[in-house]
Design a binder for this molecule. Structure first.
Ligand SMILES: [Zn+2]
Length: 76
């Protein structure tokens, strides 16, 4: 049995955060998962969805990194 694709927007855990960054205007922003789901549907693969994220300021494609809430700031 092939493994179903689990890395979809609908499967992202609550703590999983997406952060966008724009090289052009140096902005960073948090990507709202709900907006992506509304646009692309919960079955859309996360990787595909992240490629469609654009900068809120200049509208150019943004780089998106993934992280977990509460996981930051733990380096010593
Ligand atoms: Zn920008």
């Amino acid at each position: 049995m092939p493994k179903p694709v689990l890395d979809t927007l609908g499967n992202l855990p609550e703590t999983h955060k997406l952060y966008g960054g724009c090289f052009h205007c140096q902005r960073t922003f948090e990507v709202d998962k709900a907006v992506l789901i509304a646009r692309l549907g919960p079955d859309c693969s996360t990787l595909t969805a992240l490629k469609k994220v654009t900068c809120r300021e200049c509208g150019r494609p943004a780089q998106v990194v993934r992280g977990h809430a509460g996981g930051e700031g733990k380096r010593d």
